[in-house]
Design a protein around this ligand. Structure first.
Ligand SMILES: Nc1nc2c(ncn2[C@@H]2O[C@H](COP(=O)(O)OP(=O)(O)OP(=O)(O)O)[C@@H](O)[C@H]2O)c(=O)[nH]1
Ligand SMILES: [Mg+2]
Length: 466
């Protein structure tokens, strides 16, 4: 565990040339250290808290001025960390900022470890563990959906649910304990039946939360959309067109793409991982064959498969391929996961184009990557796929941390055992043990009961300066 008594400091903005760069100091000596390195019209201690002060940042030992800028003093506990915090807004030169940080550290502030400011915020009760985890998710968010989920969790959406669940279970447990200690006195305020109902609903919510993890990963890592089909059908051209850049080689030789090519786009707030694959055919040579095996694996892992076939491709062969591909996808998700894309629509004359478009109806999509039509309709298909995966009312209650998932799963397993025990009329003492363990796990989740490895487990993964 890191010490929390000393004063720490770091550059908190990215280190490349920019308009402004910020250095933060936190800890009990932060204002006195700031007073040694920053000159303004009156001593820093005489300013009110949360007031920006203009002045000169200098090196007191060398007696040289380094920069002009603002100094913001935030006295604890009304600061990010809960301690006295000082932030300098200087010019965003990495060399200048490093020199200024060197001066601050020489005057007594230790260089902060990754995530140490947020660690202190947690240790000082400014935020819970789930909120701290959300801070990092917010910084690392790669899509609007991820950002929104993280923001709501940082504001406490998940925390509130855990507290609600804890209160519910605590009440059930208190009733059971009253029954154990004073069985004659009828102290319990809720019936067995009510207790069971509460445990059931707590468990249902925990199961839902644990299940949201796979969506949480998808929001962070992107939903997987796999482009597959026969060689030369225009898969790589479609990839490039969606990405708006020349990511993959395109050539009229069948078998141009032999390996998996991945890239990301954000569409309507959703992060999408596009996967281009080697064309599928029977008579492939050995290297191509290896590529096709990778294609099959990608299809199995996909959230949506685009089966791309040129409009002049034989419909009989296309049907066989469609069957083959849907056959690769097992389980409940095979429904509606494969969308047929009829590519190179531009090679058809207008009459034939209309005819084909009518016959496809809603079973697929006619596009031309060359002439750039049908692409926005395809993007709408992506958005719909994301929406079906991401229920709109789940805002802020999609978990993204494996730590949380494991603790939630252990809670729900213990509650299930308590429910079964209650139903079987197991002695309440045994059930109380399980419920106590649930409370313990919930406290580890929220951080109410800090464990020794909490810094290593959570905060060390943050960037320096957060
Ligand atoms: N007319 C027309 N030609 C296209 C279109 N899209 C792709 N092509 C052409 O079709 C050929 C094959 O394109 P690719 O994108 O390399 O096809 P692929 O499916 O990735 O092929 P493999 O990687 O070999 O499996 C190239 O000559 C492209 O220029 C389109 O929308 N219209
Ligand atoms: Mg290709």
């Amino acid at each position: 565990m890191l010490p929390t008594e000393d004063t720490i400091s770091a550059i908190v903005t990215p280190q490349f040339p920019s308009g402004i760069g910020i250095i933060r100091i936190s800890g009990r000596d932060s204002i006195s250290i700031a007073g040694k390195v920053f000159r303004s019209s009156k001593p820093l201690t005489e300013y009110e808290t949360h007031k920006a002060v203009f002045g000169t940042f200098s090196d007191p030992q060398k007696n040289t001025d380094i920069d002009e800028g603002l100094c913001l003093i935030m006295k604890g506990p009304n600061s990010y960390t809960g301690e006295d915090v000082v932030e300098f807004n200087l010019h965003g030169s990495p060399i200048l900022l490093r020199e200024a940080l060197g001066v601050i550290s020489r005057e007594g502030a230790r260089l902060a470890e990754p995530g140490e400011f947020t660690f202190r915020a947690y240790m000082n009760g400014k935020m819970s563990l789930t909120q701290s985890e959300a801070v990092n998710d917010l910084i690392l968010a790669r899509s609007e959906a991820g950002m929104r989920n993280a923001f709501l969790q940082m504001k406490g959406s998940l925390q509130d649910r855990f507290i609600y669940l804890r209160n519910n279970i605590f009440e059930v447990l208190s009733n059971f304990e009253a029954d154990i200690e004073f069985p004659e006195e009828g102290l319990n305020t809720i019936t067995r039946h009510e207790a069971l109902e509460r445990l059931d609903s707590a468990r249902a919510e925990l199961v839902e939360l644990a299940d949201s993890y796979s969506l949480g990963r998808k929001i962070e890592e992107g939903i997987r959309i796999v482009i597959c089909g026969p060689p030369n059908s225009g898969k790589s051209t479609l990839l490039n067109s969606l990405l708006n850049k020349d990511r993959a080689l395109v050539h009229d030789t069948p078998g141009t793409t032999r390996d998996i090519i991945e890239d990301f786009i954000e569409i309507n707030g959703a992060m999408i991982r596009l996967v281009d694959t080697a064309g599928i055919r029977d008579d492939a040579e050995e290297i191509e064959e290896q590529g096709i095996r990778k294609t099959y694996q990608s299809i199995k892992d996909a959230d949506l498969v685009l089966l791309v076939q040129s409009v002049d491709f034989s419909e009989d062969e296309a049907k066989i391929l469609y069957k083959h591909i849907t056959g690769l996808i097992t389980g409940s998700k095979s429904e509606g996961i494969v969308t047929r894309i009829y590519s190179k629509g531009d090679i058809l004359d207008p009459g034939r184009k209309q005819e084909l478009s009518d016959s496809i109806g809603k079973t697929g999509l006619l596009i031309s990557a060359k002439e750039d039509w049908g692409i926005s309709e395809l993007e709408e298909v992506f958005s719909r796929t994301f929406e079906t995966l991401n229920p709109a009312d789940a805002d802020g209650r999609i978990i993204t941390s494996l730590r949380q998932k494991q603790l939630i799963e252990s809670c729900s397993a213990l509650i299930l055992r308590a429910i079964e025990g209650t139903e079987r009329k197991t002695p309440l003492e045994y059930i109380a043990v399980d419920l106590n363990e649930v409370l313990d796990s919930l406290d580890q989740l929220t951080g109410l009961k800090p464990t020794d490895d909490v810094y290593d487990l959570i905060f060390s993964r943050f960037c320096v300066g957060k």
